[in-house]
Design a protein around this ligand. Sequence first.
Ligand SMILES: [Zn+2]
Length: 301
Amino acid sequence: MRIQICVVVLISLLSLGCTSTSGPRLRSAQLQANYPNLLDKSFTDRVGMIPSVLLDDLKSMDSHSNYLPHELSLDERALFENTFVQLPDFLKEPLQAEVFDIYFVENFSGGGMTYFIWKDGKPKYILIFNPKTFHQTLSEWLTYRDNTAFDSSNSQFSLRETESGNHIGFLHTLVHESCHVYDFVHGVWKNQASVLPESDFPVRSKLSFYDVESTAKVPITDFVSEFDLFTKAGFASIYGSWNSLDDFAENETYVLLDKKYMAKLTLEIEKDNMLVKSYVSSNSPVVLGRNSEFMEINSKK
Ligand SMILES: [Zn+2]
């Protein structure tokens, strides 16, 4: 049952991924590509240099020609290993059991991506990460991400995410992609259902992130005018409102960052450098209630 649900989800994503880059940063690898099976190695030893067939597919999917293979420095490898070690066991286990290969790509649009391949009729996963997230703080990275959706030129408003601790951006990236793998393995979502009307806000359907689409950015003033609708909707982040898969990943990531890592994130809007609105999603009863529902669904599987 679990795998059946998972396959249905993946097939629907495959068709989505072939026609548009909107939605989750996830795509099926070409079936004929021969990716190394590194499942017998420890998770952090599955890092390799990305095969050209996969790099070319990423370039074409995102229309970015400047993606480059990246070899981890000693410092980056230490950060990677330390961040993995600190993951909760329920996220570590599906990574160890299901992720074939891990690649780092310079200039990648976004923090990371979960790619899937078929092995003996079952999905397995390849993780792509942006090494830049090792060198930015959590606050810097999420502020950058959120602002890729908006046009703030000629506006008095600016948007940022602040953090209560001093973590690196890669912490969010690894937890977020781990949540995707966990979601696919455990089948939390049955399909990519549309957002319920009571949880929607009008600019949501116009958002796109990381400059991987040609759609125009949303004027930040439009989002500011819908900020209260957004905070009542139950999304952990603006990015999480993009699609159901990232909704789950962001909900779990923001709650975990707060409760496990003491990294409470605050979305802030400033007007003429004065704070005018803020939202701590990990304090929101709606977000926490939805987090409990996600976990309750999983505990029954
Ligand atoms: Zn995602």
